[in-house]
Ligand binder design. Structure first.
Ligand code: SF4
Length: 250
């Protein structure tokens, strides 16, 4: 029977490895130039940037339509992987008939599903809306709770939902990081990070408390209307002299 020779231990089958060039004969391969790390923002620059945002829009508002903390919570849960405009279109009619957990339960999952049919993942979201309404009644007296852990315990609600509800309904200094805030934080260099949580914590660390109430909305609106994903409008950007993005077009 033919002897099987395995490449790993067959001396004769070891492929010839090209010899490393000796130091003396080696040609120096030029190293790729690293672009210099942008300078971190100074506290004065951060104050200046948010002062400009505040001056331009002293009372920024979120774009998700709602009537009370409960409908805000439902709207945020429905907004996962959907646009605010798309959610508003569906919730206008839904909230007209169900603006409390009790009314939502009375409406029932099938009808909720019909109202939100135009929103992505609507089947699962209808389930969550009913389940979170039930939990609010069973465990929180029908009210939206005021702590992050309690909000995150609701079906369909995660950290971003808790941050939005705590900020918009209860005025807490939270920073919800959506796709826009994530991009703006990284591009500008205000808070770099490869996860929403890293950017959230980075922004919380550098933004002065006097701006934290509205910082989340200023950054969302900045990302949505100025610092666009594909073609940022750097020429009309309020903070273009401060932004650290090497690819900015001004
Ligand atoms: S300068 Fe350009 S990249 Fe920088 S924040 Fe403004 S729009 Fe965004």
């Amino acid at each position: 029977m033919a002897k099987i020779i395995r490449a790993s231990n067959a001396k004769t089958n070891v492929p010839s490895v090209p010899k490393k060039p000796t130091k003396r004969g080696a040609k120096a391969v030029p190293k790729a130039k690293k672009s210099p790390k942008p300078k971190p923002w100074t506290p004065a620059e951060i104050h200046e940037a948010f002062s400009r945002f505040r001056k331009a829009n002293p009372e920024p508002k979120g774009e998700l339509e709602h009537l009370n903390p409960y409908t805000l919570l439902v709207a945020v849960v429905l907004s996962a992987q959907a646009t605010d405009a798309g959610v508003n279109k569906a919730t206008r009619a839904l909230f007209a008939v169900a603006d409390t957990p009790e009314k939502m339960l009375a409406l029932g999952e099938d009808k909720v599903r019909d109202y939100i049919r135009t929103i992505g993942l609507y089947r699962n979201k209808a389930k969550n809306v009913i389940a979170l309404s039930q939990k609010l009644i069973d465990e929180f007296g029908g009210e939206v709770p005021r702590t992050r852990a309690e909000i995150e315990s609701l079906p369909g609600a995660g950290r971003k939902t808790a941050n939005v509800v705590l900020n918009m309904a209860y005025g807490e200094h939270t920073m919800a990081v959506d796709t826009h805030v994530f991009r703006v934080g990284n591009r500008t260099g205000l808070a770099s990070g490869n996860s929403p949580l890293a950017v959230e914590l980075g922004l919380e660390k550098v933004i002065p408390p006097e701006f934290m109430r509205h910082a989340h909305h200023w950054l969302i609106l900045h990302g949505r209307y100025t610092c666009l994903a594909r073609k940022p409008r750097c020429e009309v950007c309020l903070i273009n002299d401060l932004c650290r993005w090497p690819e900015k077009t001004v």
